[in-house]
Design a protein around this ligand. Structure first.
Ligand SMILES: [Zn+2]
Length: 247
């Protein structure tokens, strides 16, 4: 802990504040002499917040490459409008997050053609949710994630429980490639738990909602319902697949 910061290594400090009445107007209180009444409140120091963020980042399983992704480094100049729209939705989600995180419609999905920067933006969003909102985010790359778990029953169960319980679950490239019934069943268990408990999902997938419903109708409709306020669908040849080249 930084001994030079204002908490002197304690992790918190006291701050004087005007005492307020507990009524609707929060009227400032005075002593009978007319002097303003002050109270001391304890405030979490910046160093504690940084330490928490560092720990949350280290257990997020976000790759070192994706940890560097930010909204600022996602450039939209010269790209199709849908790419800028995707960035807008991601930043809007970040701003709205404290108000929607416990609602049913608390999730975000970027669907469709690869190369538009879906993973960059969702990684930037995840990084911001960790460092600024101190959320426990878990990154789960669909293919590699299940490859690591297929033959290890205990590890699978531990991981599935973690995927159910974390504040935010980020599934990257959902159902990429040939996915098996086994994988669909595992994802369904996790998504269903999170749906029932109003826990946010971040999803990137090359499939659109129709295709997700083809793979599993209940799963597709749950993802749709949870993320319909923050879904971007990229399709067609109307836009150029140039993001990855510039990136
Ligand atoms: Zn401090």
């Amino acid at each position: 802990m930084n001994q030079n910061c204002r908490c002197d290594g304690k992790g918190f400090y006291f701050k004087k504040e005007r005492a307020l009445k507990e009524d609707e107007d929060k009227t400032p209180m005075n002593w009978p002499t007319g002097e303003p009444m002050m109270i001391e409140i304890s405030v979490e120091c910046e160093c504690t917040i940084k330490k928490k963020a560092k720990r949350l980042m280290s257990i997020s399983e976000i790759t070192d490459e994706f940890k560097k992704k930010s909204f600022a480094s996602f450039l939209t100049e010269g790209k199709e409008p849908i790419v800028a729209e995707m960035k807008e939705i991601a930043t809007k989600y970040y701003v709205d997050y404290p108000n929607i995180k416990k609602e049913r419609r608390n999730s975000i999905s970027f669907l469709g053609q690869p190369g538009a920067g879906k993973t960059h933006l969702l990684s930037a969003l995840a990084n911001n949710l960790i460092t600024k909102r101190l959320q426990r985010v878990l990154y789960f790359p669909f293919i590699e994630g299940f490859n690591d778990l297929r033959d290890d029953f205990n590890a699978l169960n531990r991981k599935l429980e973690e995927m159910q319980r974390v504040d935010v679950l980020f599934i990257d490239d959902l159902f990429k490639g040939k996915c098996s019934d086994w994988e669909v069943k595992q994802v369904m268990g996790v998504v269903n738990y999170r749906y029932l408990n109003n826990k946010p999902l971040m999803i990137s997938s090359e499939h659109d909602i129709d295709k997700l419903c083809d793979i599993d109708e209940a799963l597709g409709t749950r993802i749709y319902e949870m993320s319909k306020d923050y879904t971007v669908m990229i399709k067609g040849d109307r836009w150029k697949l140039n993001h990855r080249l510039i990136d």
